[in-house]
Design a protein. Sequence first.
Length: 358
Amino acid sequence: MCAANRTGLATPAEAPLLEVKNLKKHFPIRKGLLRRVAGHVYAVDGVSFTLRRGETLGVVGESGCGKSTTGRVVMKLIDPTAGTIRLAGEDITQVPPDRLRQIRRQMQIIFQDPYSSLDPRQSAGSIVAEPMIVHGTARGQELEDRVADLFKRVGLRTDDMRKLPVAFSGGQRQRVGIARALALNPSLIVCDEPVSALDVSIQAQVVNLLMDLQDELGLSYLFIAHDLAVVHHISHRIAVMYLGRMVEFAETEDLFAEPLHPYTRALLSAIPIPDPTARRAERIVLAGDLPSPSKPPKGCHFHTRCPFAFDRCRVEDPPLREIRRGHFAACHLLDGQNVDASNAAVTVAGSALSEGEP
Ligand code: SF4
């Protein structure tokens, strides 16, 4: 069952759990003895989105597109350069350390590498108990019962609580990581490539566990991944990032049925399909590598690799616009003037363009 068919999702009319507006994270590049700032890495460069309660928002793109940095800034593990982050209506962009500590209970992160994200010297039980001890939410028998309950919830045995991480498989370690993330009853979990390091056979089990937990606990996920098949399975909506910016944002089924941005179409055309006789979109092969985020190309950042680029793309940056209801994309082709320049099956109601944010 894909995410779109599941229940428990707040309606668009309800206040979102997370609102991110024009978020930027520019890392300074320092050089020389005096460590002078010689430039910046524009890791995240003006990203806006909302996340509803009970929703999974998939964030996809190549390595270096800024998706993991977005997750870390949202989690307040690193400070943004600009923009605002609101959680449950509260502006958490700049909050005092005491308040940030309280807010951290509401948002947790699951890391990519289940091998390095768990302390090898601690038993799995104490790893899961640690957040509750640090935040003082449970102790004594209540703490033990809570840890045992979390182990059962993520499909581990209570006997496993005494084992060290080395005794677990990759999938089991990720389950320990998920139990730890659940320990403080968060409302938001940033899942940063949570299955990328796992065998394909194990990936589906972990993704299905995350979906079951979402249904049971009403969790919201910011699900960061480069594997579109996984993102398709779990996400209600998907944001596609390229060089620090969002280039397309839509409901999952809309994005897969009719991707509008050439970059999204290239990503989708590269997904392997199990049936070789099945009809698929024409393969779009991208030329070259992702440019450096410290020197993003002028105009549309994607123009150096886009098979449909034309003169305007090299000088003018296309804004992210709502092309159809809830479906946003940033491409000059979608102005309705140059749609025919594309040889793929994209139809656009150029007159229906409107400004807006996902
Ligand atoms: Fe390609 Fe131009 Fe559209 Fe950018 S604006 S995606 S370069 S066609």
